[in-house]
Design a protein around this ligand. Structure first.
Ligand SMILES: [Zn+2]
Ligand SMILES: [Zn+2]
Length: 76
């Protein structure tokens, strides 16, 4: 094991070890950090969405899509 190969969580910037790590899009996260920004449920790698404009992570639920749409339209 190379101690220099410890990765950093993209969201909290703290060290993340293999046991508690999830990776997506070439980034690493703590399991506990990789949560929906709207309902705080843990995201699954097969079903999450990242909105590049707002920087929010969310799960792929249709209800969340509506929330996002509403938030974006309120922004104007
Ligand atoms: Zn983290
Ligand atoms: Zn959610």
């Amino acid at each position: 094991m190379n101690p220099d190969s410890v990765d950093v969580c993209f969201l909290c910037k703290k060290r993340v070890y293999v046991m508690e790590r999830v990776s997506a899009e070439g980034l690493f996260f703590h399991r506990s950090c990789f949560q929906c920004d709207y309902c705080s449920s843990t995201l699954r790698l097969a079903a999450y969405a990242y909105d590049q404009h707002s920087g929010h992570y969310s799960n792929e639920a249709a209800s969340h899509r509506k929330m996002l749409d509403r938030m974006e339209s309120e922004d104007i």
